[in-house]
Design a protein around this ligand. Structure first.
Ligand code: AKG
Length: 272
């Protein structure tokens, strides 16, 4: 482990991540802000086939999101391969390797009233396990539009109903054995919400099962964020009730398989 990593992801951070399912890592990507911002601009200018808009027509603002573009956006390939993120992922997960699942861009323009609904990422994904982590990295300073988490929700015994962000209807449709979307701020919910003001290049790390959401962006500034999702050695393919998000059509794996390394590269491995 390099010196900077010891400072940025130490015992206290690993412990908080295990306990709360999320942890702030100030400055983890501070040397990568310009690279990430350039990649985000390229992504917004040249959206991929999975890009979507999260604000209904006629409503204020814009919430652009897109994912799975790292192979065609050189700035994203650079950051996932060469930044301290992969090693930080392995340390947090307690894994001997860090394998990239996908990257994600989420841009909330000024005056966007749309909140990002409370959700877990796991139920949208065809991979799950104890060793998972996403890093959410803003390239603008964020205070009120930051990502918020329900502490300890990664240990809940059941998954939360996944919803479509635009319409907030059930993602897979029909009746399923999911928990209802929680209302962590309702009086008496008993849930502890964690959030931190963040500077460009800070990262919050959270598991695929940690419930999170974000407020509207009613500020005058943009809120551009880059997320990268990683798995460790124990994560495996799981069956879901329909096409997942991201879909990765024809991925050719079956439940129980580890993610294939030709599509989901192992970026960091502990030296033997
Ligand atoms: O940026 C947002 O509003 C939501 C981000 C999110 O849900 C994620 O990165 O998993």
């Amino acid at each position: 482990m390099g010196k900077s990593m010891v400072k940025l992801v130490g015992v206290a951070e690993v412990e908080a991540f295990g306990r709360d399912g999320c942890v702030l890592l100030p400055g983890l990507l501070k040397d990568w802000v310009e690279v990430i911002a350039a990649g985000i601009e390229r992504n917004v200018r040249e959206p991929g086939p999975l890009a979507s808009e999260g604000v209904e027509r006629g409503e204020p603002g814009r919430f652009f999101d897109d994912y799975c573009n790292w192979r065609r956006i050189p700035e994203f390939e650079d950051v996932v391969r060469n930044s301290p993120m992969a090693e930080a992922a392995a340390v947090l997960m307690g894994s001997s390797l860090a394998q990239l699942f996908h990257e994600h861009v989420l841009v909330k323009e000024p005056g966007t009233a749309k909140e990002t609904p409370w959700h877990q990422d796991a139920p949208y994904y065809f991979v799950d396990g104890r060793q998972t982590v996403s890093f959410w990295v803003p390239v603008d300073p964020v205070t009120e539009t930051t990502l918020r988490f329900v502490a300890g929700s990664h240990l809940w015994p059941k998954l939360v109903l996944p919803v479509r962000w635009l319409t907030e209807t059930s993602f897979y449709g029909g009746e399923h054995d999911f928990l209802a979307v929680p209302e962590p701020e309702a009086p008496g919910s008993g849930m502890r919400v964690l959030e931190w003001p963040m500077a460009p290049g800070d990262a919050v790390a959270f598991t695929f099962r940690t419930v999170h959401g974000a407020r509207a962006n009613l500020t005058a500034g943009r809120r551009r964020a880059f997320s990268a999702r990683w798995v460790g050695e124990d994560a495996a393919v799981v069956a879901r009730a329909g096409p997942t998000s991201p879909p990765f059509p024809g991925h050719g794996m079956k439940p129980g398989d580890r993610l294939r390394e030709d599509r989901f590269p192992v970026i960091w491995r502990r030296a033997p």
